[in-house]
Design a protein around this ligand. Structure first.
Ligand code: SF4
Ligand code: SF4
Length: 248
């Protein structure tokens, strides 16, 4: 049965068949056919857009149209077939099974005794302050429990790489969403954040962006979503230099 829903669209003109998007689709929905990426059947594409950030040519977009419903059972069958083909040919296929792991919400808490007595995962930069999963704007549901009454950090994708103490200085005790205003679906972000601001009782918003001009799109997206939501939420902005310093 066909329904109106979100689904990936591939721009043939832009696609050069590099194949970067293929392993990023946990559903195995994208394959390279005659030198171009193709969604092999609408029923395999969940429309969440995990592949979007992988295309170097901006050929992947989410659209809303009439399409066959997403069929999880068919995806399991497809992944099984792909795994068998991988075994017999020795060629690499998508390794993930059972749907996109980032679709499973996780909240990390230090409050239980069990948790408190476990060693934290640490690197030389100190303990992780991340309190939930997923973090990508397009993957976080507007009604996610970790957004309820949260102080929200919305960071550009490059920030955690550029700024060495991102966890310590920005994440502790806060919810976080990340995205790239240059490469991602701007209108999709406005719509998602509008929904978040309407539903979640967000207490404050901090945008953390890079100094480059393309990154200034993120505060604009947030402002637009605030306007659309009609909510009055305190909003501040931090700008990080490419050398990892706070500029303002
Ligand atoms: S990553 Fe982009 S350019 Fe490469 S195959 Fe996929 S859609 Fe085409
Ligand atoms: S807009 Fe540019 S600087 Fe900002 S996250 Fe995207 S690529 Fe990085």
């Amino acid at each position: 049965m066909k329904v109106l829903r979100k689904i990936i669209e591939i721009d043939d003109e832009k696609c050069d068949g590099c194949g970067n998007c293929v392993p990023s689709c946990a559903e195995g929905a994208i394959q390279i056919v005659n030198g171009k990426a193709r969604v092999i059947s609408d029923k395999y594409c969940d429309g969440l857009g995990a592949c979007l950030g992988e295309c170097p040519r901006d050929a992947l977009h989410i659209v809303e149209r009439e399409a066959e419903e997403f069929d999880e059972a068919a995806v399991h069958e497809l992944l099984k077939q792909q795994a068998q083909a991988e075994k017999s040919t020795g060629q690499r296929k998508p390794a993930m099974t059972g749907g996109c792991p980032s679709a499973a919400l996780k909240t990390f808490s230090d409050t239980s005794c069990d948790c408190a007595n476990q060693p934290r995962v640490t690197g030389s930069g100190g303990p992780s302050a991340l309190g939930h999963w997923p973090v990508q704007i397009r993957l976080v549901p507007a009604g996610a429990p970790f957004l309820k009454d949260a102080d929200l950090v919305i960071a550009a994708d490059c920030v955690p790489v550029a700024y060495p103490s991102f966890h310590r200085d920005f994440l502790a005790g806060k919810a976080v969403m990340i995205g790239c205003p240059k490469f991602d679906d701007t209108q999709g972000y406005v719509d998602k954040l509008t929904d978040v601001f309407k539903k979640s009782g967000i207490k404050s918003i901090t945008a953390v962006i890079m100094e480059v001009p393309c990154c200034s799109g993120l505060p604009h997206i947030i402002q637009k979503a605030l306007e659309n939501s009609g909510m009055d939420i305190p909003f501040s902005q931090v700008t990080i230099s490419a050398r990892g310093e706070i500029l303002s």
